[in-house]
Design a protein. Structure first.
Length: 643
């Protein structure tokens, strides 16, 4: 009986082991390779199907807030608008090449720990996508009916003005159909008439029909000086969104505290012109005494401030509001008066119209330096600018360029300059622009036509908010590992000039694995100032410092790191972080913790703030400077900056 019992036990154990082995084999079978065009089918991608989607976590608003426990992977949730983005549409196979990374991004957009603006960006992109498809269909039908011009379109203009136009009853002066870009300006000529003792200059944002109210990108409120009054004149700047309401007011003059006098720099300019208050204080105190030790005659201060205030009742003014890198700047009668940092997700490209209300008479208004798209029918060298056919072998380098929809001029400058390197034209290096949807249908249509013409644009399934740029980084990694396999992957911006020949030459003696190459910050801390563009809360990053990371204008990673990032982000093993260059450093730190070696190679020739001799990369280069750098390289055969 004991022999039988022992035999039965052995047989039972063998069956259990055989079952577990068979189950593991089934689990480890490679999944069928997903087509790049499966996103047009109305179902989740293979990655999404591998986990349950919680219907109770449907997102209909802007943000999803969850408490995440350590070592617990995020769930996949339903995001409003995502199904519409990924539904089947009738476009050609050539047109679908603009969307080849979409299937791989779907699981990231559905993560329960997604970046804060993901739900909003996806929902708005689904509306923009639907509008774009409708316009494309109308134009196709018009073309088939013999109408070459199709439907009437409002082209993206270089300038708009109020000449020969009446002011609308709501105070609307200018329509800006394609938003603003860096160096755009709005100039107003008028006279304060004293009505209500104040007037307002308002930059309204673009909005969709389903939105209750469009955002206010900048509200510029001027309170005029009053005779025989103790009230000081002041300029108040603010912004407004439906979700948050009014933000923190920024007043100018700010008062008489030490912090107010020091000011806050925006693009190197004072956020408020305080020279007047500063001079008065210096008259009433010794240099050795701190501010506040001496009493200041308020009436004297008011007289000086009022007398030098830029806006006076009955006095004509010329005010120019211009777009900088970090914020809006106001110059009145040739003197800088105020600067206002861009608020999160209220960037210049969103501006849709200019309104002026209250006690002011406007004689003329003009906006210039606007994002005007190229007329493709007039470009003679389109073939030379089109992305070349790539060889059926691994690329030496894939370059992904962050851009926004209305930066037409910047992209054209790159196509006519460093994208003409022989390594790019021969197909050894591929260059692609990574761009999200715009909230303006005209911009999206022009972007679509640009993508058709040049074949170098990858459109993202979300609206182009700054807080979502880390998703673009992942998209570049997907592109360089899944779609256009490359030995190295580089990220850069559309205002950067890259010497591709020098990048390739420098990579020859660099390791093939575990590489981060660029201008590396080895010691840096999170910005805790809520007004900072790079603000990071303790919840988002509780540590006092970041791991090493390379400055965003340009860096290179090896293929193995890119593969690790794609897999880790899709499977929920890697944390999503809103600052893309720091996020890359955080992910590489995880790569290192997994037991693999990392080579951090810093090169000072990657200039993250300008240009210098012997550069590999020059940042903050306008389209004019980009073309100048290229012409200088061809002529002088050496890198010389164009200042």
């Amino acid at each position: 009986m004991k022999k039988w019992s022992g035999g039965i036990l052995i047989i039972a154990l063998s069956c259990i082991l055989l079952y577990r082995y068979s189950y593991n084999c089934i689990q480890e079978q490679p999944k069928p390779k997903q087509s790049a065009y499966d996103f047009f089918r109305n179902h989740p991608s293979n990655i999404s199907q591998s986990r349950n989607i919680s219907s109770s976590a449907k997102v209909s608003g802007v943000n999803v807030t969850e408490v995440h426990r350590p070592n617990v992977k995020p769930r996949l949730i339903n995001v409003e608008g995502l199904s519409e983005l990924y539904s089947s549409v009738n476009i050609s196979k050539v047109e679908k090449k603009t969307f080849v990374v979409w299937p791989y991004l779907r699981s990231l957009l559905s993560r329960s720990d997604a970046l804060p603006e993901t739900a909003k960006g996806v929902k708005e992109a689904s509306v923009a996508w639907r509008e774009l498809l409708s316009i494309i269909e109308e134009q196709k039908n018009a073309s088939n009916n013999g109408n070459a011009n199709g439907t009437d379109r409002v082209k993206c203009p270089f300038a708009v003005s109020t000449f020969d136009k009446a002011v609308h009853s709501d105070g609307r002066l200018l329509e800006l159909p394609c938003g603003l870009i860096e160096d755009s300006s709005i100039t107003l000529i008028g006279i304060p008439n004293g009505k209500n003792r104040s007037f307002q200059i308002v930059l309204d944002g673009a909005g969709f029909s389903h939105e209750k109210k469009a955002p206010v990108i900048l509200h510029y409120n001027v309170y005029l000086p009053e005779e025989n009054s103790t009230k000081e004149p002041v300029i108040i700047q603010n912004s407004w969104t439906y979700e948050v309401g009014w933000g923190t007011e920024q007043k100018c003059p700010r008062g008489r505290s030490k912090d107010a006098i020091l000011g806050l720099a925006v693009d190197g300019l004072d956020s408020c012109n305080e020279h007047l208050v500063r001079s008065i204080m210096e008259e009433h105190q010794n240099l050795s005494n701190p501010i506040g030790d001496k009493r200041i005659d308020k009436s004297t201060v008011h007289a000086h401030v009022g007398g030098n205030f830029p806006f006076i009742e009955g006095s004509p003014f010329t005010a120019t509001l211009w777009v900088g890198l970090e914020g809006f700047h106001m110059t009145v009668n040739g003197r800088h008066e105020t600067s206002f940092k861009y608020r999160e997700n209220l960037e210049p490209w969103l501006v849709n119209k200019v309104r002026v209300t209250g006690g002011v008479s406007i004689f003329s208004a003009i906006a210039k330096g606007l994002p005007a798209s190229e007329d493709l029918d007039l470009i003679a060298d389109v073939e030379q600018l089109t992305a070349p056919t790539l060889p059926k072998r691994r690329l030496a380098l894939l370059v992904g360029i962050f851009s926004t929809g209305n930066n037409f001029e910047r992209r054209m400058a790159l196509r006519r300059s460093w994208m003409q390197y022989e390594a790019v034209r021969s197909g050894n290096v591929a260059v692609r622009f990574i761009i999200g949807f715009h909230k303006n249908s005209e911009v999206n249509l022009d972007l679509w036509k640009e993508a058709e013409a040049y074949g170098d644009i990858q459109l993202m399934p979300f609206v182009d908010y700054y807080s979502l740029i880390s998703l673009k980084t992942i998209a570049i990694c997907i592109l360089g590992t899944k779609i256009l396999p490359a030995k190295y992957i580089m990220k850069t911006d559309d205002d950067a000039f890259v010497r591709i020949d020098e990048v390739l030459s420098s990579l020859k003696d660099k390791p093939n694995d575990g590489l981060l190459y660029g201008l590396i910050a080895f010691q840096s801390s999170p910005h805790r100032d809520k007004e900072s563009k790079w603000f990071v809360s303790n919840k988002e990053w509780p540590k006092d410092s970041y791991p090493p990371w390379a400055h965003g204008p340009g860096y290179v990673i090896s293929r193995d790191i890119a593969k690790f990032i794609v897999q880790g982000c899709q499977e929920g093993d890697l944390k999503l972080f809103k600052l893309e260059d720091v996020a890359m450093g955080i992910w590489i730190e995880k790569f290192k913790e997994s037991g693999r070696a990392v080579k951090y190679i810093s090169d000072d020739r990657f200039y993250n703030a300008g240009c210098d001799l012997d550069y590999i990369l020059a940042h903050y280069q306008s389209p004019r400077k980009v073309l100048c750098l290229w012409e200088t390289l061809l002529k002088e055969q050496q890198p010389i900056c164009c200042e």
